[in-house]
Design a protein around this ligand. Structure first.
Ligand code: GKR
Ligand code: MG
Length: 424
């Protein structure tokens, strides 16, 4: 592909899939038995195919389908033109604005969310065309492996009516430490995050203290997804002085986070109050957050995530990486991005250990001492398994879930459950 001829998109396939997910608890409820994702395949006239992965809520799928039609004929190197076309489609299809597609994230730019899987797929094609990994297209890897953190959840032993899963119940500090022990033993993770906002704050403080005793050298994080008041957040932050590397989204909103940041000793991180470019300026002005969690799925893909990294570096903010339930195409994209982002100095989040199924051929992604070696093959370095894709699509069709609804699922078992922010 060195003659400079365009590499034209001939066809786009979008396949919703469902994969089994344990009963993981969070501040808005409990994970449903299946997590939903969309697998994007872009085909070209040169016979190269690129892969992307994103959310699969119904409205998002509609937008993806509309974009799929709009980009046939586009040159696979024209990612700026991709962005413009997606903008036009979104203006036409639904005006714009957030829609809560990511569960807890409601205000990120719709265009950036829709662009993301297509941009990743185009970078996959570009890499394959020139025989280089995606990390090279992003400036080159500055680390050969990307550290991820163990991501602990309070959880039920099973989805109601089902047999206990292999992890069992985790509702107290001892069980959380046991979960961490298994994850660290199995994957070698060197940092640990606890998803909080589930138990009363004093119990979550105890869980973090128990983790500190069990893992004296692991950086620790706690993320209650903005379920605490500013007063509670300050109390928790002070109680965990010297224990947390950062406290993630203790309370809602830029003003609330700024108020907490002034009173607690550790940095505050977010994937809730800064999830789009227009939220950066007010957050910087208020000094509301000291660490931004990037996520290429809603920051507009890999190159726009690098733009975010530059903005964070400019304003002296740290950079980490957020995760939702995801499959291997996303992990590959996250790994290439993190490898080529020098100031991404925190271990990235991943839900990886919680899944038991995938759409990619095994073997391209492994964990060594808690880090994923950057795939060196052209493009993303992962290959779709057509049988697995068909199986997980069939599972999507049969499972009946069409939108993520942790709160609705929880209320089937506890009708009084409230998902309000700042409720503790
Ligand atoms: O999977 O329950 C979950 C998480 O709570 C996820 O939805 C969040 O978006 O991991 C995320 C976070 O850091 O807030
Ligand atoms: Mg978070």
């Amino acid at each position: 592909m060195s003659d400079g001829a365009p590499l034209r998109i001939t066809d786009v396939t979008i396949t919703p899939v469902a994969f089994r997910d344990p009963a993981l608890l969070n501040s808005v409820g409990v994970h449903e038995p299946f997590a939903l994702r969309s697998i994007v395949q872009i085909h070209t006239d040169a016979g190269l195919t690129g892969l992307g992965e994103t959310y699969a809520d119904e409205l998002h799928l509609e937008r993806l389908a509309a974009v799929g039609h709009e980009i046939v004929g586009l040159d696979a190197f024209a990612t700026e033109e991709l962005h413009q076309r997606v903008q036009r489609v979104i203006d036409r299809v639904d005006g714009s604005g957030g829609s809560g597609l990511t569960g807890m994230i409601t205000t990120s730019s719709t265009v950036d969310r829709v662009v993301s899987p297509f941009e990743v797929a185009l970078l996959d094609i570009q890499g394959k065309a020139i025989g280089r990994p995606v990390s090279d297209l992003l400036g080159g890897a500055v680390r050969s492996a990307v550290p991820f953190s163990a991501y602990l959840f309070y959880k039920w032993a099973a989805h109601p009516g089902q047999e206990p899963d292999e992890w069992g119940q985790a509702l107290d500090p001892d069980a959380i430490v046991a979960q961490a022990r298994r994850m660290v033993d199995d994957y070698g993770f060197t940092a640990i995050k606890l998803k909080g906002g589930v138990r009363p704050p004093e119990e979550e403080i105890e869980a973090i203290r128990a983790l500190r005793r069990a893992f004296p050298d692991h950086p620790l994080r706690l993320d209650p997804n903005a379920v605490w008041t500013t007063e509670t957040s300050v109390q928790v932050g002070r109680a965990l002085e010297g224990v947390l590397e950062y406290l993630e989204d203790p309370t809602p909103g830029i003003d609330g986070m700024a108020a907490v940041a002034r009173e607690v000793p550790m940095p505050l991180a977010t994937n809730m109050c800064v999830v789009a470019f227009d939220e950066l300026a007010p957050a910087v002005a208020a000094d509301a957050v000291q660490v931004v969690l990037s996520d290429h799925h809603y920051w507009g893909g890999l190159r726009r995530s690098k733009l975010l990294s530059g903005i964070c570096a400019t304003f002296g903010m740290g950079l980490s990486m957020h995760s939702n339930s995801h499959l291997g195409i996303s992990l590959a994209a996250m790994t290439h991005l993190a490898a080529a982002t020098p100031n991404l100095t925190y271990a990235c989040d991943t839900h990886w250990p919680w899944k038991t199924e995938d759409v990619i051929v095994d073997g391209a992604l492994t964990f060594v001492d808690g880090a994923v070696p950057v795939p060196g093959a052209p493009g993303l370095g992962v290959e779709l398994d057509p049988d697995a894709l068909a199986r997980l699509h069939e599972q999507y069709v049969r499972c009946g879930l069409r939108n993520r609804d942790d709160t609705g699922y929880m209320r089937r078992f506890d009708p009084s459950f409230q998902a309000d922010l700042a409720r503790w």
